[in-house]
Every structure is written in structure tokens, then in C-alpha cells.
Write a protein that binds this ligand. Structure first.
Ligand code: SAM
Length: 327
């Protein structure tokens, strides 16, 4: 399906839970957020039905995220169901890596080998300061196990002024010996509303640090739907990416829809939810009606994140926790 700006929309990101076992300070307050009761979350049957419908209108790629997807009981069951859907050849997961290790063999058997891992620092103390938890060793173990088992891993690091800019080069250096894309992300205001605001460390700042360190950095061509501008260092096994998530410079090639754990569809990360598909399904909508609704939402997808933000109802300011949106 194409939207009114001729963008092909074929990628859906689904939050399977709003719960998380880390407390990254840029995402939620130390005490956590108010979680939705279980019955408010989309059930696996509902998610599978939505995927079936999206597959029917040309969606090819799905990413399961959250919250922490591996916290949800029977997440593996959902993966098994999804792996059976003809349309979705490309199944991806974003995880903090704390609970994933024991599922590696199962993921391999389902041919789910594309994992994004979040790790904002290679320093144990800084990792703890950012996530408010002591899971650094576990996450690094997961990273190495995934690589050793042939997974295609992307590392996500949110870079914040005065917090972890000194991690940019050490993280980028992981791409030297490992076939991993290390991606640096601008902080966005999605922190649950408790944190006043960002002192931006922009994609431009991150690029400047990389250029200062690597004199031979090369820009790689971008592919359909890429949010990261990709760079390579000759001789390195992996690549380096910079994601201008707050500057929003990649909206012209956007190919995605998001569905939150409680069924709120976001046609842009910066809108405040355009339609609740859970309620529509639970009120008895037929597959045809659901298909028509998705088509309408895609047609009305805003031009970019700035337009989406302007169209917000209340609150006007984007501030929900990424854990409830589905990062
Ligand atoms: N629990 C999983 C994880 O940690 O990757 C998936 C959910 S998490 C919300 C998804 C991604 O969103 C993570 O890479 C996280 O760093 C990023 N994220 C959360 N809050 C953010 C913010 N305010 N700005 C930028 N990225 C954010």
C-alpha cells in the first residue's frame, strides 16, 4: 500500500507489552509507569489476526518490541504463529537482551535471526546509571551469543549529552571485529513526561565525533525504509549508523506503522495515536472492515514527524514513555 506521499508502507512494529524490567531514565521514571491491566493488551490471537490482515495488504516486515517483549509469557507462541504466516518473511525483535539468551535455539529454529539489542554504554557503571539495573554482563553475554550463533544483530544506543557521549567510539569499535550495525540514536522526548527535557546531542554532533575519530569513514547508500544513515570504516566487519530520531530527517522514506500494546495505531511515532484497533476488533469488526480501516489510516499518514506532532490532540507535547508506545 502507498500513502498519499507515494511512500510504500509495508512494515509494522508491534509492542507486545508495555512492561519493562529495566528503568532507562530517558524512557521512564525510576518507579516505572502505570502498566495497563493484562486484559487491555492485545491478545496473541488478536495480534495474529492483525498480521494476517496486514499481510493481505502488502506488509512484509514485522518487528516485535515493547516494553521488553521477552517479559510477556508465551511470546514464543506468538513468534511461532507469526513464523507460519506466509506474508511475513522478515520477523524482527527489539530487546534489551536480559531475558533472551535461553530462547536462542528456539529463535534459530523459527528462522528469526534479526535482533536489535539496546545497549547505551560499554561501561558497567554508566550502564547502571542509565538503566538503573545491574544487567550489563548479561546483555553483553547475549550480544556475543547472538553473534556466535549467526544472528544479524543491530545495537541501538541512545546518545545523551553529559551521559554517554564518551561511549560513541568504544561502541562503534564493536563493528571492527563483529558483523554488527552499531546505531546511535538521538534522544526523543518519550520519557513518560517526568524528565524536563533534552539537552540535545544531535545526529550532527554524533557524526562530527565519528568523523573526528575515523578519517576514512564512508557513507553507504540507503535502502527502502532506512532510518539510520549508514557509515562504514574500511576493513570493519560491521557498519555504523546514526538515527536522527528527534531531528526527523528520514520521514520521506518512512515505510511503517506502529501498534501499541493496547492496540493504538500510530501512523507516526510523533502522533498521539490515530485509532484504537483493539476496540474496533472487540466490537466485532470484520476482516474487511479492519482492512478498510488500515487502508484509510495509511492514506492519511502525515507527511513527517513535525506535521504529526502538530496534529496531536492532548497532550500537545509528545511525552509518553517509549515503553508504552513500543520503541
Ligand atoms: N525493551 C526493548 C529494548 O530495550 O530495546 C524494546 C523497547 S525499547 C522502548 C526500544 C528502543 O527505544 C530502545 O532502543 C530504547 O533505547 C529506545 N528508546 C526508549 N526511549 C527513548 C527515548 N526517549 N529516545 C530515544 N530512544 C528511546
Amino acid at each position: 500500500m502507498t500513502d498519499s506521499f507515494e511512500r510504500t508502507i509495508d512494515y509494522v512494529r508491534i509492542a507486545v507489552t508495555d512492561r519493562c524490567n529495566l528503568r532507562c531514565f530517558y524512557c521512564m521514571p525510576a518507579e516505572g509507569i502505570v502498566y495497563e491491566p493484562q486484559v487491555h493488551l492485545l491478545s496473541y490471537e488478536e495480534i495474529t489476526r492483525l498480521l494476517h490482515i496486514l499481510g493481505g495488504i502488502g506488509f512484509k516486515k514485522v518487528r516485535f518490541t515493547g516494553g521488553e517483549p521477552f517479559l510477556r509469557k508465551d511470546f514464543i507462541k506468538l513468534l511461532e504463529n507469526t513464523a507460519e504466516l506466509e506474508a511475513f518473511k522478515s520477523i524482527h525483535i527489539t530487546s534489551n537482551g536480559t531475558l533472551l539468551q535461553k530462547h536462542i535455539e528456539k529463535l534459530k529454529s523459527l528462522n528469526i535471526t534479526k535482533i536489535n539489542l539496546s545497549i547505551d554504554s560499554l561501561d558497567n557503571k554508566r550502564f547502571h546509571k542509565i538503566t538503573r539495573r545491574n544487567d550489563f554482563d548479561k546483555v553483553m553475554q547475549t550480544f556475543h551469543k547472538l553473534i556466535d550463533n549467526g544472528f544479524r544483530v543491530k545495537l541501538n544506543a541512545v546518545i545523551m549529552k553529559g551521559i554517554n557521549t564518551q561511549d560513541i567510539i568504544p561502541l562503534a569499535e564493536l563493528a571492527k571485529n563483529h558483523p554488527v550495525d552499531v546505531r546511535f540514536i538521538e534522544e526523543m522526548p518519550f520519557n513518560g513526561g517526568y524528565k524536563p527535557n533534552l539537552e540535545m546531542y544531535s545526529a550532527r554532533d554524533i557524526n562530527a565525533d565519528l568523523k573526528a575519530h575515523y578519517s576514512n569513514l564512508k557513507k553507504l547508500p540507503s535502502k527502502h525504509g532506512d532510518t539510520a544513515s549508514l557509515l562504514s570504516v574500511p576493513g570493519y566487519k560491521g557498519n555504523i549508523g546514526v538515527i536522527a530520531a528527534f531531528s526527523r530527517t528520514f520521514c520521506t522514506s518512512c515505510n511503517r506503522l506502529r501498534i501499541s500494546a493496547k492496540g493504538e495505531i500510530k501512523s507516526c511515532l510523533y502522533d498521539d495515536g490515530v485509532f484504537n484497533i483493539r476496540d474496533y476488533m472487540r466490537s466485532g469488526a470484520s476482516d474487511e472492515e479492519l482492512t478498510a480501516k488500515f487502508s484509510e489510516i495509511i492514506r492519511l499518514k502525515p507527511k513527517n514527524g513535525f506535521e504529526a506532532e502538530k496534529m496531536r490532540k492532548a497532550p500537545k507535547k509528545a511525552m509518553q514513555s517509549m515503553s508504552s508506545i513500543g520503541g
